[in-house]
Design a protein around this ligand. Structure first.
Ligand SMILES: [Zn+2]
Length: 311
């Protein structure tokens, strides 16, 4: 039996590069967290709704504010502690949406959605990961204000890494939803599909949520069978990518197809095709004769496609 050990994530893979020590030992240390806010080296991400604030200027844009420099000084509530970057505390806070009108007249800061920051490489890869961590946590907090066990209000604990219900003592932890994203291969061909939501001409890897009771590899086999009727044998793990829209983890895999006759389900995807390595190379470099394009380099789909070319 052979094992393939996984290297560090490819440099361009969005949200996956990290330099943060999550330092979970401090999450319940109220004295540390209170003191840390007054350190000159403590910095915080600032969100309005689910949009991070950036300081206008040259790229990479700065997304970290000192607590004294948070725009629209207001009650910022309890910051989420993200960890230590080079030993210095990093937090995330959310400003109320009432700040939005004031924001529209500011020239030094503005809110930019995280996808745009990622696709256009507007912030450093490490800060992109920090933003993704914060946004996934904030998305989770926004949808878990009430206890799933008894229906009473929950409250934030452990500097944002837990919610608890005082009524029934339940503890609720931030969730990450596993999604398999995979490319089937058959001889020198690879399988790509498109959903009707994709930009015109773009083909990508198939994807779907892992269901309860399912292994990653069986989810890969099921999703490809459901969408294209292609049977998959062996499955290999490639890399994974945090995907905070709202709280997913994309698990990138390659699957060896045992047949090549495609039958489209017509529901989740509108087309799927086999592409030769030559065609895939043209798709990746934007010269395909039908104008077919690949997803952005920050996406794991792009890296799975590149992995097949590199075989
Ligand atoms: Zn409860």
């Amino acid at each position: 039996m052979t094992h393939r050990f996984i290297d560090l994530p490819p440099e361009a893979l969005g949200f996956a590069q990290t330099s943060i020590d999550r330092a979970d030992k401090y999450r319940d240390n109220a004295a540390f967290l209170e003191d840390a806010r007054s350190y000159g080296t403590s910095l915080t991400l600032v969100f309005i709704g689910d949009m991070p604030l950036i300081m206008c200027g040259n790229t990479p844009l700065n997304v970290l504010f000192t607590f004294n420099n948070v725009p629209f000084a207001t009650d910022i509530g309890e910051p989420i502690f993200l960890g230590l970057e080079n030993g210095n505390p990093r937090f995330a806070i959310v400003l109320p949406e009432q700040c939005l009108p004031e924001l529209s007249v500011r020239e030094d800061v503005k809110a930019v959605d995280l996808r745009t920051l990622a696709v256009k490489s507007l912030v450093t890869p490490q800060h992109l990961n920090l933003l993704a961590t914060a946004q996934a946590l904030l998305n989770w907090h926004g949808k878990h204000k009430f206890c799933a066990n008894c229906g009473q209000k929950t409250k934030l604990k452990s500097a944002g890494w837990k919610r608890i219900c005082d009524a029934c003592q339940s503890e609720h932890f931030p969730r990450t939803d596993p999604v398999v994203i995979m490319m089937a291969t058959y001889s020198d061909k690879c399988l790509l599909g498109r959903s009707k939501h994709f930009p015109q001409g773009m083909y990508s890897c198939l994807a779907g949520f892992v269901e309860p009771g399912e292994s990653v590899e069986n989810a890969v086999r099921r999703e490809i069978m459901e969408e294209t009727s292609i049977k998959i044998g062996s499955v290999a793990y490639h890399h994974s990518q945090p995907w905070p829209f709202p709280t997913s983890l994309m698990i990138g895999c390659l699957g060896q197809a045992l047949s090549d006759e495609i039958k489209i389900d017509g529901l989740e995807i509108e087309d799927a095709r086999w592409f030769s390595k030559l065609e895939l190379a043209q798709i990746m470099n934007g010269t395909h004769k039908e104008g077919i394009t690949a997803p952005t380099k920050m996406s794991i789909a792009n890296h799975l496609m590149q992995a097949f070319l590199d075989f």
